[in-house]
Design a protein around this ligand. Structure first.
Ligand code: DX5
Ligand code: ZN
Length: 225
């Protein structure tokens, strides 16, 4: 399976990091019931980003629920040494890995290692990184992830400067490369992120921070119709 088979023109991806971990399986089932099929999974090592987030052990518990419905798990590696985690992520059921340009010296060779394990591959950039550097390095990647917050925590405000960065990235990337945006996406800005050229929308608190998850997911999807 590939990104092109997973996505239905656009995808709103619930960001598992923002879930209530006491009810994780139940919340994922609710979102699968509402139609979500691509789930975003943030791995933070406590070094590239301050928090130690979630990792392969949690992934292994939820992957069967998602795969049973034909869904996919998109792992965002906020870590210093992404390659180090590929083996464990493969065993636990990850479908794609996105690592940060700022964390590696040779993105193409890290991407090649990921492909050897059967992953789809993404390249992420922090808000301070020049979008041209990402566009130049993105050849052969399946997606580029443009962060619209400083990576680390859910629940931060969308950085308004991200809209222009998304626009510039879209025009600098080959058309087959998906453009994902992560951080602060909510009901009042998802449409402008779409209009700027993104097709993959990571949503943490805009889904899991709400009382009722399925309508929150569906309302975000409706903004893209
Ligand atoms: C944080 C993570 C995000 C996070 C997004 O750095 O990469 O995926 O869960 O959460 P919201 O949508 O609340 O900004
Ligand atoms: Zn993320």
């Amino acid at each position: 399976m590939t990104w092109d088979q997973w996505i239905r023109t656009v995808e709103v991806e619930p960001s598992v990091y923002a879930a209530d971990f006491a009810r994780l399986g139940e919340q994922i089932e609710q979102l699968l019931g509402a139609g979500a099929r691509v789930f975003h999974f943030d791995v933070g090592d406590g070094h590239f980003v301050e928090p130690i987030t979630i990792g392969p052990i949690v992934l292994e518990s939820i992957a069967p629920l998602i795969h049973r419905e034909g869904g996919a798990i998109d792992v965002h590696l906020m870590v210093d040494d992404p390659e180090h985690y590929f083996g464990a992520l493969q065993t636990s059921g990850a479908d794609s890995v996105t690592f940060h340009l700022e964390a590696v010296s040779d993105p193409q060779s890290v991407a090649a290692r990921a492909r050897e394990r059967g992953f789809q591959v993404g390249l992420a950039i922090k808000p301070e990184t020049d979008v041209q550097d990402a566009a130049d390095a993105a050849t052969g990647f399946d997606l580029v992830l443009c962060m619209s917050i400083h990576p680390g925590f859910s629940g931060q405000e969308f950085m308004p400067g991200a809209i222009d960065r998304i626009r510039r990235l879209r025009s600098g990337l080959a058309p087959q490369i998906h453009l994902q945006v992560d951080g602060g996406i909510a009901i009042d800005n998802i449409r402008s992120v779409y209009d700027a050229g993104a097709d993959l929308f990571v949503c943490g608190s805009a889904i899991f921070g709400m009382e009722d998850l399925p309508p929150s997911y569906r309302r975000l999807v409706q903004q893209l119709a």
